[in-house]
Design a protein around this ligand. Structure first.
Ligand SMILES: Cc1ncc(COP(=O)(O)O)c(C=O)c1O
Length: 403
């Protein structure tokens, strides 16, 4: 083997990788039965496979195998605009860019707004793939606390004062947050917009889950509260409402920002996968999306209730948990004597018992929350959820007995 000191760029040392993403290959390598509460993936039965097969056969042609427009396929933009208008979130074509999933939207946002050393506020805990993307552009990450109403926006001015500089970006997941499942209250949304203007900071509004609300009332999003606001950069994806493997999402930005988004995307991947865009466009055109979302909302509601019931039955006072009104995840915090169990250590035991989750520290840039973990209720049937919770309980018992 040749040894070589590689002439790496400084930014290479800022790449942290993702425990969340790595768990996909880790789980794929396991040969025993595992209840998968780890990945935030839609259930197999929630993916419209037959329709996708049919549409792929109908739409794959030479036209879909050549380069597409960077901003997105005209048919997808057309269908998406119509769908968003019909579902009460109207926007305009000069604001939309189709992306390779939500992750590319986050990459575009932080690439355009973050210089090395800039302060970026993130929720604590957060979707660390997002905070890691900001960090990859040299952001100084400021983790801000949350409660049952999402990010504690009232705490931000004093945190910023302590940090000694104003933020360039605030990364927030307003609905059924990943990983906690909590939703940012209306008053806090309004205050966050005020603060963003005070600081001239961009709100990176990452919202893959809003369409998956199964209880409670819709809350207006940042764009509804502050229309045509150049400081709001909205990142969306079909990963959670259709399928993550298609890698199709979109960003909704001020038209002037969109011009930069398109230039930045041209320096990344030229255009989003064209057959995948046609697949989504045709699915919407055939009228499938609204029914599909209606159906999966009901499925996920049933699964959330099943998970809360199983956790209450088996773990009772040993835990507290959040109770989301939508999305994929709930957040469990160990209580009493169990609080001294490290969820990072528990992961191995749980895997051996046949259940997987994401340990709390993987969801905080600074590695906090070793007494907490994220569970995805969306991917497993109620019977499998019960089985998985029993296995998790056994793993916690083993950790308790070993103390
Ligand atoms: C909050 C949040 N943002 C972005 C993403 C990434 O979406 P995509 O898979 O479309 O890149 C996810 C996926 O888990 C997410 O939960």
């Amino acid at each position: 083997m040749r040894t070589q000191v590689l002439p790496l760029a400084h930014r290479a040392s800022r790449l942290t990788g993702s425990v969340i993403d790595s768990s996909t290959s880790l789980l794929a390598a396991q040969t025993h039965d595992i209840v998968r509460f780890a990945m935030g993936s839609p259930a197999d039965e929630a993916v419209p496979l037959d329709e996708f097969r049919d549409i792929s056969a109908a739409t794959l042609d030479h036209h879909s195998l050549t380069y597409g427009a960077t901003e997105g396929e005209p048919e997808l933009l057309h269908q998406l605009l119509a769908y968003l208008a019909a579902s009460g979130q109207p926007t305009s074509r000069d604001r939309l860019t189709i992306t390779s999933g939500g992750m590319q939207g986050l990459d575009l946002a932080f690439k355009l707004f973050v210089d090395p050393g800039d302060l970026v506020i993130v929720e604590s805990p957060t979707y660390t793939n997002g905070s890691a993307t900001a960090a990859s552009y040299g952001a100084r990450i400021l983790e801000a606390p949350m409660d049952d109403n999402g990010l504690i926006v009232e705490a931000l001015p004093s945190l910023v004062e302590k940090a000694g500089r104003i933020p360039k970006a605030i990364y927030v997941i307003p609905n059924f947050q990943n990983p906690t499942g909590t939703t940012l209250s209306l008053g806090r949304r309004e205050r966050l917009i005020e603060l963003a203007h005070e600081w001239n900071a961009v709100i990176v509004d990452d919202d893959p889950y809003e369409l998956l609300r199964f209880s409670g009332e819709h809350l207006p999003g940042f764009q509804e509260l502050s229309p045509d606001d150049p400081l709001i950069f909205s990142v969306r994806t079909f990963s959670k409402i259709l399928a993550p493997g298609i890698r199709v999402g979109w960003v909704d930005t001020d038209p002037a920002v969109r011009e930069l988004v398109i230039k930045a995307k041209q320096a990344m991947d030229t255009c989003t996968n064209v057959p995948a865009q046609h697949l989504v466009a045709e699915f919407i055109r055939r009228g499938g999306l609204a029914n599909h979302i209606e159906r999966i909302r009901a499925t996920y509601h049933e699964r959330k209730l099943a998970m809360v019931a199983s956790l209450t039955d088996h773990l009772g006072e040993r835990i507290t948990m959040t109770d989301p009104d939508g999305g994929f995840f709930l957040w469990l915090t160990l209580q009493g004597a169990d609080a001294s169990t490290s969820t990072s250590d528990l992961f191995e035991t749980a895997l051996a018992e046949g259940v997987a989750f994401i340990p709390g520290p993987a969801l905080s840039a600074a590695g906090h929350f070793d007494d907490a973990l994220r569970l995805c209720f969306a991917s497993s049937s109620p019977e499998r959820i019960e089985e998985g919770v029993q296995r998790l309980t056994r793993a916690l018992d083993i950790a308790r007995d070993a103390r």
